[in-house]
Design a protein around this ligand. Structure first.
Ligand SMILES: [Zn+2]
Length: 399
């Protein structure tokens, strides 16, 4: 495969970020020579990656040909694993979804995951009308720097699972993996809001659910930290003498605002409530397997213990996010995960707490909003992850 020069990477990146551009724009933005830009665009045109869409006349200057990326000329597959199954998407060069596929599974063995993903991939490849460049996968857990192995996944009890290699063996497609919140942050960056990408220059995506993790995208690039643990928001301290956490610390956000923490809190409050008071509440069956979805129903019925537990979790989450805002100074904070489904019962106290805990300058021009992508953010993030790592020579010559 011929090696593409760095200029192709630079120009390709701009073509993905800008809805349309011109050769003159590209020269101005990149500092590359006119000849290099023309040559690179010629190569991209010849390989169907770019199209000329019309002309624009800036002031009294010469008319310039408008260039647009051909989004659908190459495709990728993105996937996310959660506790119930695999959700995958066939996506274009801006991680825009073309088709989704879902499989559920009952065990947490890596082999079952790979089987479920293989079926999704076969279903999506069957409808692909352009070359598929690779697969990006969001997994719950810590992933090695190279995006090849799951170092540790607490929900699935995995250690050192060479997941990317397993998927490549089955599908023959280049595979890269990342923590699912970190992949989802890239999905939010590319597909989360209709506003200009340049607007979302410092994005923090926070998934709050079974775990609480933040993913960061800085000027289009994911930020993973020195060894990949950036964004472990769930293990930041929000209560110095709070409950003991599995990570070794006390009073972690995870112990006070995750799904399991909310369920635990409702259960404790329910037990402590006198029977005659309980009788005045809407019905709530505190069986052993109660889930966050059951609590969501109870919240909609206005169950006071459930509403209080969500508000309490929102406060802790607000303290942690307020700290994050002061440290990172993001342009956008996007809230996803199962807790986002609590809507204003969560978001109103969360915003109030952020207001109390963060500097005015840091939050003044900050957007805080729930994710609009919902459950789609995971697979779309996987697609964006794949695109962030695929090199342009493969893009040009997918082989
Ligand atoms: Zn912890």
């Amino acid at each position: 495969m011929p090696q593409a020069p760095a200029s192709v990477d630079i120009i390709f990146r701009l073509l993905r970020e800008l809805p349309e551009t011109t050769r003159t724009d590209l020269v101005a933005r990149t500092g590359l020579s006119k000849a290099t830009v023309s040559e690179t665009i010629a190569q991209l045109l010849a390989n169907d990656l770019v199209t000329e869409t019309g002309k624009r006349q800036p002031g009294r200057g010469r008319r310039q040909v408008l260039l647009q990326l051909r989004n659908g000329s190459r495709l990728v597959i993105g996937a996310e694993f959660n506790e119930h199954g695999c959700r995958a998407v066939l996506a274009d060069l801006r991680a825009g979804p073309v088709r989704f596929a879902d499989r559920s599974f009952t065990s947490a063995e890596p082999e079952d995951f790979v089987n479920a993903l293989e079926e999704c991939v076969a279903e999506l490849r069957a409808v692909a009308t352009a070359p598929v460049l690779g697969i990006g996968i969001g997994v719950p857990g810590l992933v090695d720097d190279a995006g090849r192995s799951v170092a540790i996944s607490v929900p699935f009890n995995w250690r050192d699972v060479p997941f990317a290699a397993l998927v490549e063996e089955r599908t023959g497609l280049a595979t890269t993996i990342a923590n699912r919140a970190k992949a989802a942050a890239l999905g939010e960056y590319w597909q989360g809001s209709p506003s200009d990408l340049a607007d979302r220059s410092h994005l923090a995506y926070i998934t709050a659910g079974a775990g609480i993790v933040a993913g960061f995208v800085i000027k289009g690039d994911p930020y993973y930290g020195h060894v990949g643990t950036a964004g472990e928001l769930g293990h930041t301290t929000v209560e110095p003498d709070g409950p003991q956490c599995g990570c070794g610390n006390q009073g972690c956000l995870y112990m006070l605002a995750s799904e399991s923490a909310i369920v635990r809190h409702v259960r404790e409050a329910h037990t402590a409530t006198p029977v005659h008071v309980r009788a005045s509440h809407p019905p709530l069956d505190m069986h052993d397997g109660i889930t966050i979805d059951d609590l969501s129903v109870a919240m909609k019925d206005g169950h006071p213990l459930v509403v209080q537990a969500i508000e309490r979790a929102a406060r802790y989450l607000g303290i942690a996010i307020g700290n994050l805002i002061n440290i990172m100074n993001p342009s956008h904070v996007v809230i996803g995960g199962s807790l986002a489904a609590f809507g204003d019962v969560l978001l109103v106290p969360l915003r109030a707490e952020i207001q109390r805990r963060s500097l005015w300058d840091a939050r003044n021009r900050l957007s805080i909003a729930p994710s609009k992508l919902g459950d789609d953010v995971g697979p779309i993030g996987g697609a964006a992850l794949c695109l962030s790592r695929v090199d342009s020579s493969r893009m040009i010559h997918p082989g």
